[in-house]
Design a protein around this ligand. Structure first.
Ligand SMILES: NC(=O)C1=CN([C@@H]2O[C@H](COP(=O)(O)OP(=O)(O)OC[C@H]3O[C@@H](n4cnc5c(N)ncnc54)[C@H](OP(=O)(O)O)[C@@H]3O)[C@@H](O)[C@H]2O)C=CC1
Ligand SMILES: CC(=O)N[C@@H](CCC(=O)OP(=O)(O)O)C(=O)O
Length: 352
């Protein structure tokens, strides 16, 4: 055990986001994994389930027992599917643990919105709408004192980061926002599904959940919370044959474009993004076109802006944003939130 160590429990530790948390904690100077739970694989070493951890993390998997976990850990990372997560989060919080929930169960502003999009009755409805969204770039003060943090969705992270500051500054129209995103297959989790079988996902790219994906409302809800303006987002996700990564290409209409050049508008939007994220260790407003490889396995976000059209008729602004779905899209963000919750440097364990 490292000295003055924060003790971390991993709930649902056989999945992909849990593996990523375990990997990040191995190099965290002030935090250590002390508990890992599983329903099906109780008693086995975590490294048997995730062989990349062999020789580095031999902790044995336990059943989910909140009171027992509370004796062994200070914070729980709840890596369970939405729907199943909320009840576990409640029991962990009731047992005295601070909790970071990876699922969408506490991300949205209202129970009605949640139950409409997720199709389940929420087991802890009184907390929906008053759990902080785990994006320290906007909500660090609330995260620092939170008992429960709703870790952001992966696609929403790639859209909210470039869009919210521009909406807040009044530089883009609040309707006609199109988010076109591509994700690697790990975004769908490790539990087997037809669409993620090799022969289904390999050598093709396909749109899915068109006009019906639950991350559209999450983007709208959070952009409104950050900017104070209601927005309309049309979101289309695509599954691509990569292990990991998300690239979002976002089409918006600049306000006050008449009489300006595409270059001048792009510079104005870039300047606002640079100003917003000045001093943020993970958010980079770059001149090049970001790609998933530029941020793979890191907690970094890269974004840029281009504007179409001619000097007389500027067209749309195109925002391009790349993240790693398992790191800034899930487990890296969770470690960043944990750092903020426990007064550590927000980059601890995430500097690679
Ligand atoms: N993958 C990604 O890129 C991202 C994922 N997320 C969210 O993070 C959470 C975890 O995702 P991920 O790690 O990919 O998921 P996985 O499917 O890889 O793992 C989830 C784990 O939860 C446990 N589990 C599954 N079903 C239930 C259930 N009904 N009740 C209790 N435990 C269950 C399983 O462990 P066992 O059977 O051993 O108990 C399983 O290994 C989800 O809410 C997901 O939406 C968020 C952002 C990005
Ligand atoms: C490629 C893929 O299937 N991605 C998942 C989203 C990722 C995820 O885990 O959802 P949350 O961010 O809401 O937790 C999906 O579209 O359902």
């Amino acid at each position: 055990m490292k000295s003055n160590t924060l003790r971390v429990a991993l709930i649902g530790s056989t999945g992909y986001t849990a593996l990523e948390v375990a990997r990040l904690l191995l190099v965290h100077p002030q935090a250590e994994l002390t508990v890992a739970t599983s329903r099906a694989d109780e008693g086995k070493p975590l490294s048997e389930i995730h062989p990349s951890l062999a020789g580095r993390c031999e902790i044995a998997l336990q059943p989910f027992d909140p009171d027992a976990i509370a004796k062994q850990a200070d914070v729980a990372m709840c890596c369970l599917p939405h729907g199943a997560s909320a009840q576990s989060v409640k029991e962990l919080a009731d047992a005295g643990l601070r909790v970071i929930d990876f699922s969408a169960d506490f991300r949205l502003s209202s129970v009605e919105l949640y139950e409409h999009w997720y199709g389940v009755t929420h087991p802890w409805p009184e907390r929906v709408g008053n759990v902080v969204y785990g994006m320290p770039e906007f909500f660090a003060d609330q995260i620092a004192t939170a008992d429960v943090v709703a870790n952001p969705g992966c696609y929403p992270t790639s859209a909210i980061m470039p869009l919210a500051p521009l909406v807040k500054a009044g530089l883009i129209q609040t309707t006609d926002i199109i988010v076109d995103s591509k994700s690697g297959v790990s975004g769908a989790g490790r539990s087997p599904k037809l669409g993620t079988l090799y022969c289904e996902a390999n050598e093709q790219i396909a749109a899915y959940s068109v006009a019906s994906h639950r991350h559209g409302p999450e983007m709208q809800d959070l952009i409104q919370r950050i900017s104070g303006s209601e927005v309309e987002v049309l979101f289309t996700p695509h599954l691509t044959p990569m292990d990991r990564g998300i690239l979002s290409t976002i089409y918006v209409r600049p306000t006050d474009a008449a009489g300006s050049t595409p270059e001048a508008i792009a510079e104005k939007l870039m300047a606002t993004l640079r100003q917003t994220y000045l001093g943020e260790p993970f958010i980079h407003v770059v001149d090049h076109l970001p790609s998933t490889k530029h941020v793979a396995t890191t907690n970094h976000v890269q974004m840029t802006v281009r504007v179409s059209g001619t000097s007389n008729r500027p067209g749309r602004a195109i925002l391009v944003c790349a993240i790693d779905n398992l790191t800034k899209g899930a487990s890296g963000a969770a470690v960043q939130n944990m750092n903020v919750m426990f007064g550590m440097n927000q980059s601890s364990g995430l500097s690679g």
